[in-house]
Write a protein that binds this ligand. Structure first.
Ligand code: ZN
Length: 467
């Protein structure tokens, strides 16, 4: 077994994905993996939280076609430049070569916006707020890795249209509140970086990247929010008639996250024993392991079934593991799968009217009273979630190291002065094999020098090696 997370994160990650049964990458197309039941359940719970937040903030769920005509795809010039090298094309239908080739969506701007131009007529149609959870396709040429770098991507994307730039900006702020609510459930911390001009989404006015620190000190982009101004509404002719009868272009935003959320959860919380799942997304939040000795099997199993029923009735996802394996081997298997809470029930526990618990996240053990099993378990699961979230945030904040020289650069995420010029930015990236994550979206006080040209600056930037 190679379960050493700190020593070799990449190897550990691949090992965990396989041993916990999250994904099967043996499908005969590289980067297109099979969602196995355990992994898919985790993703579905994450999707549920996304849906709940979007629905409650006035977004409507839609589902657009997978294929986009080349003619629509090419309308926004920066967009096509940005995606040209990574899209899949459908060139034939049956035996006929198509007159207009079809793009397999890499993202859905160019699928949705021709329809938005039909849907939006008047200022009373605004804001238009829709989202979908679908698969998208990108021809990834770097080495693929489950959930983190794949060619078929399970993807969430919201798209909004507003009458003014200020309203679109308010949407970005709402997106950040939505993000916070979702991440509390998934226990994933993040930093907000305004991407550089050359790294923003193709066609965007600006892009905010959502970055989570992995144990190797590198930042993983787990999502992004884009403000488009009228960059897409002009080529796609999305206009509305305002109250005075004047026709104007809408201002747009998008917000996207993907299955990388699962990759981030694995990376942030897992340990040398395996996966550690946040209770809100765990397929099983509790596993019950009966500790049976001679002559008490019926009594112990009977009590374990009663506890299982009580927990299920309280809405907790629980697994009673009553197979013939030894308890030690069951503990080992459920630890790999990251079940947040294990309950052990033996005759002595029953006599004391308690059940013994073991937390997966910190190894803490104790007992819960059987008279109050449901509320006791619920309280523990919420404590686990809260502790996981806070521990992860602490690590995220400690990850960045402020540097004032490029000698002996540590492996961490780096924070440094940058004059903001493209020339210094490119030189920094090219000479150091580092990627600029951008500048903090929430402005930070800084006084120092540009790390490249040495000019005094009050701007600070962040960088990390690519994941
Ligand atoms: Zn400079």
């Amino acid at each position: 077994m190679h379960m050493e997370k700190e020593a070799n994160f990449n190897e550990w990650y691949n090992d965990i994905v396989e041993k916990a049964g999250l994904s099967d990458k043996r499908y005969p197309i590289k980067g297109m993996n099979v969602w196995t039941p355990y992994g898919w359940k985790i993703m579905r719970h994450a999707d549920e939280f996304i849906r709940k937040e979007l629905d409650s903030t006035g977004h409507d769920e839609v589902c657009f076609p997978l294929l986009i005509p080349e003619t629509e795809f090419k309308k926004e010039k920066e967009h096509i430049k940005g995606f040209d090298s990574e899209v899949y094309w459908v060139t034939h239908a049956g035996l006929n070569e198509l007159d207009v080739r079809l793009v397999v969506r890499p993202t859905s701007e160019t699928a949705m916006y021709p329809m938005f131009s039909l849907w939006v007529r008047s200022h009373t149609d605004l804001p238009l707020k829709v989202y979908q959870i679908v698969n998208t396709f990108r021809y990834e040429t770097k080495q693929t890795r489950s959930f983190i770098r794949v060619r078929e991507i399970h993807f969430f994307e919201s798209h909004t249209c507003h009458s003014t730039e200020e309203d679109a900006q308010k949407q970005v702020e709402e997106d950040l509140e939505i993000l916070e609510n979702i991440m509390k459930k998934l226990c994933i911390p993040y930093s907000l970086h305004t991407r550089t001009e050359w790294d923003k989404f193709p066609g965007a006015y600006y892009t905010v990247g959502l970055d989570t620190a992995m144990p190797n000190g590198r930042m993983l982009q787990i999502g992004s929010i884009h403000h488009y101004r009228t960059n897409f509404s002009i080529p796609y002719n999305i206009t509305y008639e305002d109250a005075d009868g004047e026709h104007k272009h809408v201002h747009q935003t998008t917000y996207g996250m993907s299955e990388r959320l699962v990759g981030a959860m694995i990376g942030v919380h897992g340990d040398d024993k395996g996966l550690v799942l946040p209770p809100p997304v765990a397929p099983f939040q509790i596993v019950i392991v009966p500790i049976i000795s001679k002559g008490n099997a019926d009594a112990v199993l009977d009590a374990a079934r009663k506890i299982t029923n009580a927990l299920e009735n309280a809405g907790i996802r629980v697994k009673l593991d009553d197979c013939d394996e030894r308890p030690g081997s069951k503990f080992y298997d459920w630890e790999i799968k990251g079940v947040p809470l294990r309950l052990e029930l033996g005759m002595r526990d029953i006599d004391n009217n308690v059940v013994t618990f073991a937390r997966r996240d910190n190894g803490e053990k104790g007992t819960i009273s059987l008279s109050d099993i449901s509320s006791g378990a619920e309280l523990l699961l919420e404590t686990i979630r809260n502790d996981m979230y806070n521990r992860a945030w602490k690590k995220q904040k400690e990850c960045a190291v402020t540097i004032d020289s490029l000698k002996d650069v540590p492996e961490n995420t780096l924070r440094f002065g940058w004059c903001g010029s493209e020339e210094c930015g490119h030189r920094f990236e090219d000479e150091n094999d580092l990627k600029l994550l951008g500048t903090p979206y929430v402005k930070e006080e800084f006084k120092g020098k540009c790390i490249v040209c040495g000019k005094p600056t009050d701007k600070v930037a962040y960088a990390s090696r690519s994941i």
